[in-house]
Design a protein around this ligand. Structure first.
Ligand SMILES: CC(C)(COP(=O)(O)OP(=O)(O)OC[C@H]1O[C@@H](n2cnc3c(N)ncnc32)[C@H](O)[C@@H]1OP(=O)(O)O)[C@@H](O)C(=O)NCCC(=O)NCCS
Length: 145
């Protein structure tokens, strides 16, 4: 089931992060910040205490669009639709908050994830050069809700 994350999930969130990404990792401290200070929504897929994945959305007070900050699913849990379901939960949350659009960045060569977003209705709006710490470009995408 999908539920809002809480501070007790932080060990598993950190574990998912460390095993899903090799650069631009969200630190434990940043997760704590997002969970306590706000301006963000963090949802997890919880299988009886096993957190299979998470999605983090960031909100800026000046903007009418929210931003998908990160999404990750544990390697062994991928390909079961968890990523797509988390994305839907994040979109519902953004809509509930009265915002009209979502933007995101994805690695320009990550065809699988780009396909996931396209299928969910996101369209490319541009490219950002050397966006990631390892120098890779990002594709910017957007969905109007
Ligand atoms: C991107 C990510 C969150 C998707 O999560 P997921 O739960 O696998 O997503 P879904 O199951 O909803 O869909 C994944 C797509 O990959 C396919 N897939 C199948 N097996 C897969 C596997 N073992 N691993 C990855 N994708 C797989 C799915 O079938 C689907 O594509 P398709 O419908 O065209 O076949 C996940 O792959 C991930 O954590 N990647 C590493 C972190 C990352 O790159 N995040 C995105 C940038 S922030």
């Amino acid at each position: 089931m999908i539920r809002a994350a809480h501070i007790h999930d932080i060990d598993q969130l950190e574990e998912i992060e460390n095993t899903s990404f090799t650069s631009d990792l969200i630190s434990r401290r940043q997760f704590r910040h997002f969970l306590t200070i706000g301006h963000a929504s963090l949802f997890v897929w919880d299988d009886g205490g096993h957190i299979a994945g998470y999605i983090l959305t960031a909100f800026h007070s000046q903007r009418t669009a929210a931003r998908i900050y990160s999404i990750a699913v544990r390697q062994n849990d991928r390909g079961r639709g968890i990523g797509a379901a988390l994305l839907k939960a994040a979109e519902n949350d953004v809509r509930d908050k009265g915002l009209a659009a979502i933007t995101l960045e994805v690695r320009a060569n990550d065809e699988n994830t780009i396909r996931l977003y396209k299928r969910a209705g996101y369209t490319p709006t541009g490219q950002k050069q050397a966006y990631y710490e390892d120098g890779e470009d990002a594709l910017r995408m957007r969905k109007d809700l």
